[in-house]
Design a protein around this ligand. Structure first.
Ligand code: SF4
Length: 619
């Protein structure tokens, strides 16, 4: 029954037309929502070769299938062709947006074309309209969100871009309700290229389900479990803000542009745990979704250079804006966090790209004065602040760094061997030299270097044995994570597998096994892979890791560890991943029979074409 009721809002900005469409029942059943459904739309509607910043690209806001029905299922996926990687990219976020979109009666929004003047979209249950956003253009994300809430509803959830998105920074993000972000892959720049400043949504109807009372009852049981179980106490107390103490201790931090993944505890402690906690204040209402039983977000108030501000730090922000740039000043890094949030640029890519630039200066490979800026090297907080601002406004050298670390190294003609990215996506704050097989995850993830696409189940370091041995566990963790991104469940709200199947049955009124559910995101992975190959991707060459991670660590507990034992170890593990996925064992392209088996017979010809394209390409 629920699969007959999928509704999609389609907004054509060029023609200023809004239409509500029904989704084909078979597509709804095979793709459900979130990441998977969004990938289907981009695959079908944005041909390979499309310029991501042209009006021909589209951007999809795809609600998680469990949004507004299951505790902790609060994430929406934003999916588009990434201006950073040219791959189909999905990034999830939000506490309220997805649930309110479902409550308004919709599963997804597809935005196409481009407006001539700035606009925003206002969805209030059945009422959907485009509004003038010229007064909002140029405003930072906090200010714009507050203005839009005043114009629409104080109860609305707002997804907005800042100056970074307006200025087409290739790693601009989309900010949800001031403190959350669909951070990665430059999806904010896609909105900027369409002159779409924001989407505001409000809805007050419960989404359909086959057994609404039973869904509520089961939800209450799990809410109780997550909100009281001592297992989640640390997450409730610190969120992710404690993690630098761990990653630095084990030699997995991104410190100094991944040059020194191990750093002493007293240094790491400046950007972690209690140092952050002593600045903590009560979060405002929009920080914690009503549905979340864990409520991990930590909210701090502090001041930097006389300016008082509030911010919600996370591990990735602290590690990438602080440790990766060598700045270990808590207030400075919290201020950088506030800045990137307001300017609407991804903290991971920003910290990574600036860390790389500082390394070039430190190693005297460039003279910053040639680029009109004073930079001393790692740890220069004044320069980091200035670079963040220049990136968001594309000023001076900021225009080069706004292109992302891969393009920046090509534009400067230097430092490619120090640029830490996969397929153009800057690496996050977990150095894979500390975990056997993690580098396989980075090398083969659909979007490039992401820490959210599968972790191998091992405590071993890479030197302890062949990476191939842990690939199966990485692949199954990837499947589970991608299912969560399809259902909209937050990663910290770690449901048992049976519970997810039980919710599915009560919501749909249909039987499904866990294995069947896990096939849903596999379909998206296969489509994304074929799409990438038909666009530009060249496996297996492009399924690689940055050179830095094949250099042995210099000190600390992981001294001499590399991401793989050897080149052969790497190739063997990556090929094994291809085999597990039913892809061509050497070319890394989904085989036509795999595509058929996943129920995607209509994409069989594309898979054949992709195979031909790769086998004809010269290395
Ligand atoms: S656990 Fe944290 S990130 Fe996840 S939904 Fe709750 S508050 Fe949001």
């Amino acid at each position: 029954m629920v699969f007959k009721e999928f509704k999609i809002i389609r907004v054509n900005l060029t023609r200023e037309k809004i239409r509500v469409e029904e989704l084909d029942e078979a597509d709804a059943r095979l793709f459900l929502g979130g990441k998977s459904l969004g990938t289907l739309f981009i695959y079908r509607e944005v041909p390979p070769g499309t310029d991501p910043l042209s009006p021909y690209n589209k951007i999809v806001f795809s609600a998680g299938f469990f949004n507004a029905l299951v505790p902790g299922a609060s994430k929406i996926s934003v999916v588009s062709k990434s201006p950073l990687t040219n791959l189909i990219h999905d990034s999830s976020s939000g506490d309220f947006f997805g649930p309110l979109l479902r409550k308004a009666g919709y599963n997804a929004i597809i935005v196409e074309g481009a407006s001539r003047d700035p606009v925003y979209l206002w969805i209030n249950n059945d009422h959907v309209e485009l509004r003038d956003a010229s007064k909002l253009w140029g405003k930072d994300t906090s200010t714009a969100t507050r203005m839009i809430r005043t114009e629409t509803s104080e109860k609305a959830s707002v997804a907005v871009i800042g100056p970074g998105g307006e200025n087409l920074v290739r790693y601009a993000n989309i900010t949800f309700d001031i403190e959350r972000a669909a951070g990665r892959g430059g999806l904010g720049a896609v909105m900027g290229s369409k002159k779409l400043k924001a989407i505001s949504v409000y809805g007050d109807r419960r989404p359909p389900s086959a057994y609404p009372e039973k869904v509520k009852e089961l939800g209450k049981k799990w809410y109780e479990y997550f909100s009281t179980n001592p297992r989640f106490e640390d997450t409730r107390r610190y969120g992710t803000t404690n993690a630098l103490l761990y990653s630095a201790h084990v030699g997995m931090s991104p410190s100094y542009n991944f040059k020194k993944p191990w750093i002493p505890e007293d240094l790491a402690a400046k950007l972690a745990g209690d140092e952050v906690k002593k600045r903590e204040v009560e979060p405002p209402w929009y920080i914690h979704g009503a549905s979340c039983p864990i409520k991990c977000a930590r909210y701090t108030r502090t001041s930097y250079k006389g300016e008082e501000f509030e911010v919600k730090p996370e591990y990735e922000n602290l590690a990438m804006l602080g440790a990766a740039t060598g700045v270990f000043d808590t207030d400075a890094v919290l201020y950088f966090n506030r800045l990137v949030d307001d300017l609407g640029i991804d903290s991971i890519s920003t910290g990574n790209t600036i860390g790389w630039f500082l390394e070039l200066v430190e190693e005297k490979l460039i003279d910053p004065k040639d680029y009109g800026i004073e930079v001393k090297g790692f740890g220069d907080a004044k320069a980091v602040e200035e670079l963040i601002k220049r990136i968001a406004y594309r000023k001076g050298v900021g225009a080069i760094l706004a292109e992302g670390v891969k393009r920046a190294s090509m534009l400067l003609g230097i430092g490619g061997d120090r640029a830490v990215h996969v397929k153009g996506l800057e690496a996050p704050a977990w150095d894979p030299r500390g975990k056997r097989g993690l580098a396989v995850s980075y090398a083969t993830a659909d979007v490039g270097a992401s820490h959210l696409r599968g972790w191998p189940r091992t405590r071993d370091t890479p030197s302890k044995g062949p990476a191939k041995d842990v690939v199966e566990s990485m692949a199954s963790s990837r499947d589970w994570d991608a299912l969560m991104d399809t259902l909209g469940i937050c990663r910290f709200v770690s449901y048992k597998k049976d519970a997810v199947v039980e919710f599915y049955k009560l919501i749909t009124g249909e039987d499904a096994s866990l294995d069947e559910l896990l096939l849903v995101p596999r379909r998206a992975e296969v489509l994304a892979r074929i799409y990438g190959v038909l666009d530009h991707l060249h496996p297996p060459v492009d399924d690689d890791i940055p050179r830095r991670w094949m250099e042995p660590e210099g000190e600390g507990p992981l001294k001499d560890e590399k991401a793989f034992i050897s080149e052969e170890d790497k190739i063997e593990a990556i090929r094994y991943y291809y085999v597990l996925r039913g892809w061509h064992p050497e070319l890394g392209v989904p085989l036509p029979e795999t595509v058929e088996r996943l129920g995607l017979g209509w994409a069989r010809e594309d898979a054949l074409k992709a195979l031909q394209v790769v086998s004809r390409r010269e290395i």
